[in-house]
Ligand binder design. Structure first.
Ligand code: AMP
Ligand code: GLY
Length: 420
């Protein structure tokens, strides 16, 4: 038996811990730093690589990294040097997410379909470029900006303002030293996540996120307000196209360039005229996509994560998924993604959730109570025999939970239903 150390503190990490703790190979699952819902929390931050390595060594852990920050900071390289077992991409491989410019240039030289783009570090040149275009653009800060460094623009003025915000006002600090200006593609968005060992890539179940804060995709972007799996938007034909033209090609091109990509490869896809375009790569599971995806897993996740780390995924049998649909409704604090209250006591967590589970995100345990401690507080996941019934089950579970400034979108999954 081994122990597992899950690094992170969000809903994604709660879901991973929950699933990994079901493996017959796993003894104790620790989470660092974890949240109010995770068990065996270890008080180490995700960027304390020395502390995490020491803990993993002393406790005989296989380490699973949830968020991008420690991956971009080289946690996998460090653990490998110390001969500690770990799941996730190396620092070099994590550049697919940590530098949007690196990722765009990688796609361009390897002929992976993405929006056409130019790169700038000079605001005047960027503005002249925008003025010369006859289409709408998206302006992106190069580096990690907690999901906020992307500005989708309507018209020239918004694009000029976005350049000002990132390059002159430095709203995202050094992450905005360089920007990408790319064509805005108006289509349908989906998340496509695969698990790779550097040679093969196994697709996870399809899913769709809801990034905007308000119903009908209005308001500012968030980390994600809810997700469901599978999504009818990614049908069999599109799955094949995305797998071959994007995922397999990415893994093979990385390999050709001397980089072994191990871990979850997440492609944020825009589908237009039945063609998939990569909007972004992430080098980890999505949050909240991870929650409904793990709820549908009918296999031992531990086996597959260790095989990814060891480079022998092709020796394992094909994975299988529960036929049911899963929906995750994120319960947030009112005011998110801007400012919001914290430390509000949450009630109803001990209710009976038939067909459902609650994954914690921004919560903490204090004096036996669970308090809100972040923007996205909980993810309520439910299964159902159809997308429609999973939605109903998720909302009826979500209703049982309350705190003074609870907020959630009421239309999670509706995009899938209207597509059907
Ligand atoms: P990213 O972090 O690059 O995925 O961008 C965040 C969000 O901005 C995406 O989920 C899309 O909704 C939107 N977005 C990014 N790039 C584009 C694009 N080229 N065209 C349209 N929307 C985009
Ligand atoms: N849900 C989108 C992300 O994890 O980046």
């Amino acid at each position: 038996m081994v122990n597992v150390l899950v690094v992170g503190s969000g809903g994604r990490e709660h879901a991973l811990s929950w699933k990994l703790s079901q493996s017959p190979h796993v003894d104790v699952v620790y989470t660092a730093p974890g949240n109010g819902g995770t068990q065996n929390n270890v008080p180490l931050t995700v960027n304390d690589l020395d502390g995490l390595a020491k803990f993993a060594k002393e406790n005989n852990c296989f380490t699973v990294v949830g968020p991008e920050d420690p991956l971009a900071g080289g946690i996998v390289d460090k653990f490998n040097e110390l001969h500690l077992k770990i799941f996730g991409p190396s620092r070099q491989a994590a550049q697919l997410e940590s530098s949007k410019i690196w990722a765009k240039q990688f796609m361009k030289r390897n002929d992976i379909q993405t929006a056409r783009f130019e790169i700038f570090d000079n605001a005047q040149k960027a503005q002249d470029y925008v003025n010369s275009l006859d289409y709408d653009v998206v302006v992106k800060a190069d580096g990690l900006a907690a999901g906020k460094g992307v500005i989708v623009c309507n018209g020239k003025q918004e694009a000029l303002d976005a350049i000002q915000t990132i390059l002159i006002k430095k709203t995202f600090g050094d992450a905005g030293n360089r920007i990408i200006i790319e064509e805005r593609i108006d289509g349908i968005e989906a998340s496509y996540i695969a698990l790779s060992d550097g040679t093969v890539a196994i697709p996870m179940a399809s899913s769709q996120d809801h990034k905007r804060i308000f119903e009908d995709d209005k308001g500012p972007n968030t980390g994600g307000m809810g997700a469901y799996s599978p999504t009818p938007i990614v049908d069999e034909e599109l799955t094949k196209k995305i797998q071959e033209k994007i995922i397999d090609k990415t893994i093979q091109s990385m390999k050709k360039e001397g980089i072994t990509f191990k871990g979850f490869l997440y492609a944020g896809i825009m589908i237009k005229d039945n063609e998939p375009y990569v909007l972004e790569y992430n080098v980890r599971m999505g949050d909240p996509e991870c929650q409904p995806i793990t709820a549908r897993m009918d296999f031992d996740l531990y086996d597959y994560l260790t095989a990814s780390a060891e480079g022998n995924l092709s020796s394992l049998p094909p994975i299988s998924w529960k036929k049911q649909s899963a929906v995750c409704v994120v319960l947030a604090s009112e005011g998110y993604p801007q400012s919001y209250p914290k430390d509000e006591a949450i009630t109803g967590l001990d209710s009976n959730f038939e067909n459902g589970f609650v994954f914690h995100a921004g919560t903490k345990k204090q004096d036996g109570k669970i308090l809100s401690n972040g923007g996205r507080v909980l993810g309520v996941v439910a299964l159902g025999d159809s997308l429609d019934s999973a939605i109903k089950n998720a909302y009826s579970a979500a209703e049982k939970i309350s705190w003074p400034h609870k907020y959630c979108r009421k239309d999670i999954g509706k995009k899938g239903l209207s597509y059907l």
